[in-house]
Design a protein around this ligand. Structure first.
Ligand SMILES: NC(=O)CC[C@H](N)C(=O)O
Length: 385
């Protein structure tokens, strides 16, 4: 007989309730409920710091079939506030697996629900927009009561809105550190960068490890700094380039980061921003950002490079975007989303600085747009020429 899983429920702020089973820690969690359409990479998604305070529902129906391993993580812990899936397979198998998904979720204290109609949930989020929710996961043997339902709805309604939240500070590193690990290769695992050609200072607003690996892979020694580091602190390291990382929350309240980015870009040092870093570079250049209806979260988003006409299938995870109408004269659009026409890439016309809204480190996701990392290296090469 199959084991009976404890009961759980998901309540949305609009009062919609889904009943399912608990596959993670017992207890409750609140956050903005978003849907991600990636077919693979649930471990990378769970550990992406950009998901801090967001509950992720995966639209792919079978999640957990390859278990979990200690390598496919993008940060030291799970950052997503919770997980919602349809089916948890009864048997998992992979040669790299060391744990099952439920074991990992329980160890990480992550509240998660399975067995709900994720298509219905996704349609609600698409129609009404992302909204706050609460997962209530009961301990074994307890049954959901009307009081539980009302408690979960009240908790969802009381959760703070994502707009206006500065979360980069919350997930950033406490102190500087050096990064030299290169990309994972089948049979060899991760490597080490031992003969760097460039020194990059990376602002950690919630950086994903594969970004740092892709920089190291391309010959960069990377010094990672806390989100609140000033431009002067960054320049003390005499970097060849500045990297502005992805991260959670609303970019607008990150005034300290916007100020540092403004000074560094003005200074003329090659700068590359990803996702939150893209939004911060745009704000530092005088553009504006806005909150999207349900954002972009997936690994199948077509993006057009306006300079070459080339279309890349990209990985995405963002709920805010740069307003195209707000671009100042020295900031030009380089990429657009072919799903909804929103801005995906920008470049300064007067400084060696550019940025991308999606996740070119593709962890998880297709590697089509990895060429942006080569573009950053080329900028640093030109500067040293
Ligand atoms: N992945 C990211 O860096 C996300 C940026 C920002 N938190 C957003 O939701 O738009």
């Amino acid at each position: 007989m199959l084991p009976q899983l404890p009961q759980a429920l998901l309540a949305l702020a609009d009062g919609t309730v889904f009943r399912g089973t608990s596959i993670g820690a017992a207890g409750h969690t609140v956050g903005e409920v978003v849907f991600n359409t990636a077919l693979t990479g649930y471990q990378e998604i769970l550990t992406d710091p950009s998901y801090c305070r967001q509950i992720v529902t995966l639209t792919y129906p079978h999640i957990g079939n390859v278990g979990v391993n200690p390598e496919d993580i993008e940060a030291t812990k799970v950052h997503a506030a919770g997980l919602i899936i349809k089916d948890l397979p009864v048997l998992e198998s992979n040669f790299r697996m060391t744990q099952t998904l439920p074991q990992y979720l329980r160890e990480q204290g992550t509240v998660a629900i399975a067995g709900i109609d994720t298509r219905r949930l996704t349609r609600i989020l698409r129609t009404k927009g992302a909204q706050n929710g609460c997962i209530l996961a009961l301990p074994e043997g307890q049954s959901i009561t009307e009081a539980h339902v009302q408690e979960a709805i009240a908790k969802a309604q009381a959760a703070p809105s994502m707009a206006g939240l500065d979360l980069a500070k919350v997930v950033s590193t406490d102190g500087p550190y050096e990064w030299s690990e290169t990309e994972w290769k089948l049979g060899a695992g991760y490597g080490r960068q031992s003969a760097p050609r460039f020194h990059v200072v990376a602002y950690d607003f919630g950086v994903k490890r594969n970004i740092l690996r892709m920089l190291a892979e391309r010959g960069c020694k990377v010094t990672v700094l806390p989100a609140t580091s000033t431009a002067a602190e960054a320049l003390k390291h005499q970097p060849d380039g500045i990297f502005l990382s992805n991260g959670p929350g609303d970019p607008e309240p990150c005034d300290y980061a916007i100020e540092a980015a403004r000074e560094l870009i003005e200074h003329g040092i090659p700068t590359f921003g990803i996702c939150l870093g893209h939004q911060i570079m745009a704000l530092a250049s005088g553009a504006k950002t806005f909150k999207m209806k349900f954002g972009h979260h997936g690994a199948n988003h077509p993006v057009k490079d306006l300079d070459t006409g080339r279309v890349s299938i990209t990985s995405q995870n963002h709920g805010f975007a740069v307003d195209e109408k707000s671009l100042p004269a020295n900031l030009r659009a380089t990429h657009v989303s072919l799903f909804d026409g929103t801005l995906q890439g920008l470049a300064r016309t007067d400084r060696p600085a550019f940025c991308f809204q999606g996740h070119p480190e593709a962890s998880p996701g297709p590697h089509d747009i990895g060429y942006l990392f080569d573009r950053f290296v080329a900028l640093m090469e030109n500067k040293n020429a």
